[in-house]
Design a protein around this ligand. Structure first.
Ligand code: PMP
Length: 383
């Protein structure tokens, strides 16, 4: 057994040497410490002789894993008592559909600031279509920056219907690279936020939201699992006539396990929360994230137009920095040369092109400094 362990360690060293600087938008880089811990526990979790992936989700040992992840989220995000944490399999895209199914009774407001909030609104429209031609449901745009998606509205520019069942927005648009730097407030109307690419990147006041959801594959773990933080009063408003796996109520009543959950994902979320706590919590994480983004934007701003930021300066995302180069050809060369230097995941989303640098929590300030040095060298060489 000892020899086997040593072998694994050697493999690990080789893997570590080969690791890239991964600026991918998601699934994205996870902290090495988290991956190493998961590797250590892969063959035998807590000495049980099996991995978390291989044990029953109803077992005592998995219950502890589950509670650790749930409590980790509560602690890191300082969740108020009246909120539930749900784990739902499937991506954040499933939430786009579940939200209208569960909460839309008359009308819903969508703040459209990028590709993801647009998709969320489209799913609500599909739900209305599904109701048939006579459906009286209304899907309203409280704001739209379509088609540019390069700005974030001022609060006064968002028109929320006073009768709306909820208002939905996306705090950080992963494709377009625009981010809200304030919490959207809507008085008595429930605010629902897709925080997939900003969750745990900074401190937010959860009490201002009725529901926050986030696919895990950026700052929290693997894809295929979404965390949903829901105020208990909102849960009481759920439509009760839904199939089990589409109902928030059934997830709440069954401790997120109306069926077999993504056990491995839940385990990794627990490890990620430990890691954030070890790093000093969200205040520290936020401080580092601000510095990381500043480094990249500073290079863009001092490039004499060689790098052209996609987002308007006051809408810039700290997590996804999007920009274009003078030509597609140069953008391709940029990616190829970066890859040669061990930096990958920089190609912009296929729908918008350009370059996208994703700066999630696992990316260090040193990683960003290396990238910025490359950006500067590339610019001086090519301009
Ligand atoms: N919302 C945002 C902000 C996203 O970035 C993504 C995916 N990158 C999604 C929703 C959809 O997530 P999934 O592919 O896991 O359904």
């Amino acid at each position: 057994m000892k020899r086997e362990n040593k072998g694994l360690k050697n493999e690990g060293k080789r893997a570590k040497m080969k690791r890239i600087l991964n600026f991918s938008a998601g699934p994205s880089a996870l902290p090495l410490e988290v991956l190493e811990r998961a590797r250590e526990e892969l063959l035998s979790f807590n000495g049980i002789g099996a991995s978390v992936m291989e044990i029953s989700h109803r077992s005592k040992i998995f219950f502890q894993v589950f509670e650790k992840a749930k409590n980790g989220i509560k602690e890191v995000m300082d969740l108020p008592e009246n909120y539930e944490v749900l784990f739902i399999s499937g991506g954040a895209s499933l939430q786009f559909a579940m939200i209208p199914m569960n909460f839309l009774k008359k009308k819903a407001c969508y703040v459209v600031t990028g590709a993801w909030s647009f998709k969320a609104m489209k799913e609500a429209e599909k739900f209305k279509e599904f109701q048939g031609k006579n459906s009286k449901l209304e899907i309203l745009r409280a704001y739209s920056s379509e088609p540019d998606f390069s700005v974030i509205p001022l609060p006064s520019e968002i028109e929320i219907d006073k009768q709306a069942d909820y208002v939905h927005y996306c705090s950080n648009e992963t494709i377009d690279g625009v981010e809200f730097d304030y919490d959207l407030e809507a008085g008595e109307i429930p605010v629902i936020c897709d925080a997939s690419s900003s969750i745990m990147s900074k401190r937010i006041d959860v009490s201002k939201y009725s529901m926050i959801y986030a696919g895990a594959q950026k700052n929290l773990g693997p894809s295929g699992i979404t965390i949903v933080l829901m105020r208990k009063e909102l849960l009481e408003l759920c439509n009760l006539k839904l199939p089990t796996l589409l109902s928030y109520k059934s997830f709440s009543e069954n401790n997120s396990m109306p069926n077999t959950p993504n056990t491995w994902g839940i385990y990794l979320i627990g490890l990620m929360c430990d890691w954030i706590k070890e790093k000093g919590g969200l205040e520290k994480i936020e401080e580092v994230n601000r510095k990381k983004a500043e480094l990249v934007y500073k290079e863009i701003d001092s490039s004499d137009g060689f790098y052209r930021g996609r987002a308007k300066p006051n809408a810039r995302s700290r997590m996804n920095v999007t920009f274009a180069l003078p030509s597609k050809d140069l953008e391709e060369q940029f990616c190829v040369e970066a890859k040669r230097l061990g930096m990958d995941g920089l190609k912009g989303h296929r729908s918008v092109g350009g370059i996208r640098v994703s700066l999630y929590n696992a990316i260090t300030l040193e990683d960003v400094a290396k990238l910025v040095e490359f950006m500067r060298d590339f610019r001086l060489k090519k301009s």
